[in-house]
Each structure stands twice: as structure tokens, then as C-alpha cells.
Design a protein around this ligand. Structure first.
Ligand code: BG6
Length: 477
């Protein structure tokens, strides 16, 4: 379904995110017919470029990151929708010219694909130069602040110029197919929700494992670490969607109210329930400290933790979270591990298996439910665990690989004016309020992250975190 006509300004329009994600994503929406042919996209940045120069930049970005399923004509037509303005985010230059390009009676959206230090300046100029109107939307990339204090200050600055209903804070994990499916699975079926609580669920594991290193972005990463870069936002959002109560409606505030309640119900994390890691060098490549260009760095590239959601539904069911760089495989999964059946009528020798619902974010997006059945054949009553498997890619049909990626969906939601999959200001602050003391305790203790080998599953201590509880992590594969 095509969205309304729009003017989208991308601040940081020549940056890496624009090149890799935003522009190729918009192109795919253009090819699919979802982006109206008269829509206009304007790159805005410091570089001195003209429209043609920017079109060339975007052509190369699409050729590199836009996939292969398109005709050359489509790319030419798309490029006609693009323009560029050199803008000084902290000064006066370029703002009037940019304003001159914007049309009346179309949706105006401004994407801040820039560092957070410029958020305030841009927001202020959008107002003072009269580019933004009451219906305009602004889209903000993470990191949204560095801690509670900075996030609060940022929210306060934005609130001087924009209403909360105009502010779209992106967490691209919320745009992933599986993440949205999580809500469909939970709240569209009768099957799961009655069992979705501490009485039936032994524990939940959330793993976001990456194979990439921090090479090339050490400057940013070393000041953040896995906790700020991944846990405070992406893992927290996954946790919220898994743990939240059913919202009365699938509408922005109903959903975000429920997520906020989850964050507020999180217990402070005990120091011995957190393991930090940092990948070390091996024969093939340098370790974290070289990549981060900080020989003494104590920043974590891995974190594993045990978390409790202290409310009626979840009291007593731990949530284990882990994420890291340079791990064995790129594999992200949420696993809901159900409790043992209360009694085995077949005797212990028949074997016992727990039901595990595994929700895969990437790769092979999909869901698998492990079900216990009798081993087929004449061997008597022996129980085995078989997967009921569902691949979202297959369900999407042969064009599955063309399914919109997270950024594409979210940008289209901005144009539609749907904030459901964006973080509200209070949510972000609550997440920082929970994260800050964990980080503060590392600083206070001068905590040194545990080394782990590139290509492993993280430090040994992370395994111990679960072993101590008589549980084990699911394999990263
Ligand atoms: C980003 C983090 O937000 O998410 C990166 O800054 C991380 O460090 C990335 O690699 C992971 O996103 P995805 O979609 O590849 O899982």
C-alpha cells in the first residue's frame, strides 16, 4: 500500500548509515511501489555537493547495498527524486535553501542520521528557520544519550521544539520481521499466552551474537561497550516484547505503556549476575584493544547477565541475556524454555525433553517449537524431541529475500505517522535508569572484562553464570 506523499530530509545524508541502510532501503520501497512517485528525498550534510553529485553518491550506494532485483530504469527514476543541500548544522548556512525545497501539503520528515551532539542544534534550527511544522516528524538514531542524565537532557531539548508525537526514536531491532512476529505469535494465538508465565516457563534466553569486530568504529564503540551499544536498547526491547502484558490495542501508547512497565519491573542486577568479556588477539587477527585503538581499554565487547522481572507474571523466572562481537556465529535468538512435565508416566528411562520455543531473529528468521514424541519404530516407548519448524523467509514466498529490512519498514512507519515501533522518551530514560548502576558498579570496581577467543561463545564465566543455576546456554550456531 503506498504511503502518503512526503519530503524526507536526511541529515548526515552522506554518512555510513545513509549509504548502507537508509538510501538503499528507500530505493527498495520505491521499486515495490510503496513510495509514491512524487516523494522527494533530500540529503543534507556538510560536504559541498550538488544534486547530481549526490545522485551519483546514491547510485553507488544502491549498487553496493541495494540488492540485485531491480531494473536500471528504476534506479534512474529513483535518483530523480533526490536532491542535496549543503547545511551547517551548527550555523546558519544552507537552512533557507533547504526550506525552499520543501513543499506544502506533503508529510515532512527529518531524519537525524548524525551524532547525538547535533540533535539539539538541528531540532532548534528546524524550528527557527521554519522548516518544521506541527505535523512534521523527526527521526533519531541511537545512541540516544550516553546515560540517564544525557538522555534526559536530550529529551528536554527536543521537547522544546517538538511534541512527543512528532519524535521517532529508532531502535532498528523493532523493525525486524521476527520481532514484529513475536507480538503476532503471542497475541494472535490461544496456544502460547496461557503458558507464558513463571508457572510454566523455566527461563528465557536472549542471545544476540555477532561475528563482526569493532574494527573501524572503535572510536565510538570504546566509549560505549556492549552494554550501551546493544543491551540498553536492542536486548531491552526484545525483553520487553517477550515479557510485557498484552496491550489492549496494537497502538503506540498502549504498546509502549506495557513495555515501560516491564523495564520498571526489572530488579537491579547483582554484580555477580553479570559477566563482561573482551575478545583477544589470535594468530589471524588483532584483539579488541588494537581494533579499539586503546591499548588499556576496559570496555566490554561481550556481556552476559541474569535478569529478573519482578512482577506477578514473571517472579522466579530468570531471563538470561547475552550479546557480543567476534563470536562463533551471527545468530540471534530468543528461547523460551518451558518447565519439565510434572511427572513422566513412561519412566525416566524413556527420556525427557523440555519444550523450547525458539524465535530466530537472524539468520533464517523463523520459529521452532520443540515437541516431545515417541521415537518412531518398534523400539518401544522412547521419547525424542522433534522440531515444529516455521521459516518466515519461506512463508514470505520466493521473494522472501526482498522482504523489507528493518530500516525500510520503520521509515515507512514514520511517513504513516505510526509510532508503535519507536521508543518513547520515558522508555529510553527508564532503560538508562536500569543500565546506569550496572555500569557504575564496573567503574567503581575497576572491573576488567574477561578475555575470550574470537570465534568462541564468549568467556568461560558466561557459561558458569548458567551452570551455577543448573542450566545451559543454547549453542550459538
Ligand atoms: C547496532 C550496533 O545498533 O546494531 C552495532 O551499534 C551492531 O554494534 C548492530 O553491530 C547489529 O545490528 P544487526 O541488525 O546487524 O543485528
Amino acid at each position: 500500500i503506498p504511503v502518503e506523499c512526503f519530503d524526507l530530509v536526511i541529515f548526515g545524508g552522506t554518512g555510513d548509515l545513509a549509504r548502507r541502510k537508509i538510501l538503499p532501503g528507500l530505493f527498495r520501497r520505491f521499486c515495490s511501489g510503496q513510495m509514491p512517485p512524487e516523494a522527494q528525498i533530500i540529503g543534507a550534510a556538510r560536504s559541498e555537493l550538488d544534486d547530481d553529485g549526490y545522485r551519483q553518491f546514491v547510485r553507488e550506494a544502491v549498487q553496493e547495498f541495494g540488492g540485485t532485483h531491480y531494473e536500471k530504469d528504476q534506479l534512474d527514476q529513483f535518483l530523480q527524486r533526490l536532491g542535496y543541500e549543503t547545511v551547517d548544522a551548527k550555523g546558519e548556512g544552507g537552512w533557507e535553501a533547504l526550506k525552499g525545497r520543501l513543499r506544502d501539503k506533503v508529510v515532512r520528515a527529518f531524519y537525524f542520521s548524525v551524532g547525538p551532539s547535533l540533535f539539539g542544534d538541528i531540532a532548534e534550527r528546524l524550528r527557527s528557520f521554519g522548516l518544521a511544522n506541527e505535523d512534521s516528524r523527526i527521526v533519531l538514531e541511537k545512541p540516544f544519550g550516553h546515560d540517564l542524565e544525557t538522555a534526559r537532557a536530550l529529551n528536554a531539548t527536543l521537547a522544546q521544539h517538538f511534541d512527543e508525537t512528532q519524535i521517532y526514536r529508532i531502535d532498528h531491532y523493532l523493525g525486524k520481521e521476527t520481532v514484529q512476529n513475536l507480538m503476532a505469535v503471542r497475541f494472535g494465538n490461544m496456544l502460547f499466552e496461557p503458558l507464558w508465565n513463571a508457572q510454566y516457563v523455566d527461563h528465557i534466553q536472549i542471545t544476540v551474537a555477532e561475528t563482526v569486530s569493532v574494527e573501524g568504529r572503535g572510536g565510538y564503540y570504546d566509549k560505549s561497550g556492549a552494554m550501551r551499544d546493544m543491551v540498553q536498547n536492542h536486548l531491552m526491547q526484545l525483553l520487553c516484547l517477550i515479557a510485557m502484558e498484552p496491550p489492549a490495542k496494537f497502538d503506540p501508547d498502549a504498546v509502549r505503556d506495557e513495555k515501560l512497565k516491564v523495564i520498571r519491573a526489572l530488579d537491579p542486577v547483582e554484580p555477580h549476575h553479570v559477566v563482561r568479556g573482551q575478545y583477544s588477539a589470535d594468530e589471524k587477527q588483532a584483539g579488541y584493544r588494537v581494533h579499539a585503538e586503546n591499548p588499556r581499554s576496559r570496555t566490554e565487547s561481550f556481556v552476559a547477565m541474569k535478569v529478573h522481572v519482578s512482577n506477578w507474571r514473571w517472579a522466579g523466572t530468570p531471563f538470561y541475556l547475552r550479546t557480543g562481537k567476534q563470536l562463533r556465529a551471527r545468530a540471534s535468538e530468543i528461547a523460551v524454555v518451558f518447565k519439565d512435565a510434572p511427572h513422566s508416566i513412561f519412566g525416566e528411562e524413556a527420556g525427557r525433553h523440555r519444550n523450547v520455543l525458539s524465535i530466530r531473529l537472524q539468520p533464517n528468521e523463523g520459529m521452532t517449537l520443540g515437541v516431545t514424541i515417541k521415537e518412531p519404530g518398534p523400539g518401544g516407548m522412547r521419547l525424542i524431541d522433534v522440531p515444529l519448524d516455521m521459516s518466515f523467509a519461506e512463508a514470505l514466498g520466493p521473494d522472501g529475500e526482498d522482504a523489507p529490512d528493518a530500516y525500510e519498514r520503520l521509515i515507512m512507519d514514520v511517513i504513516r505517522g505510526n509510532q508503535t515501533l519507536f521508543m518513547r522518551g520515558d522508555e529510553v530514560e527508564a532503560a538508562w535508569a536500569w543500565t546506569d548502576p550496572i555500569i557504575a558498579s564496573w567503574v567503581a570496581r575497576n572491573d576488567v572484562p574477561k578475555p575470550y577467543d574470537a570465534g568462541s561463545s564468549g568467556p568461560e564465566d558466561a557459561l558458569m553464570l548458567m551452570h551455577r543455576d543448573g542450566r545451559r546456554w543454547r549453542e550459538i550456531k
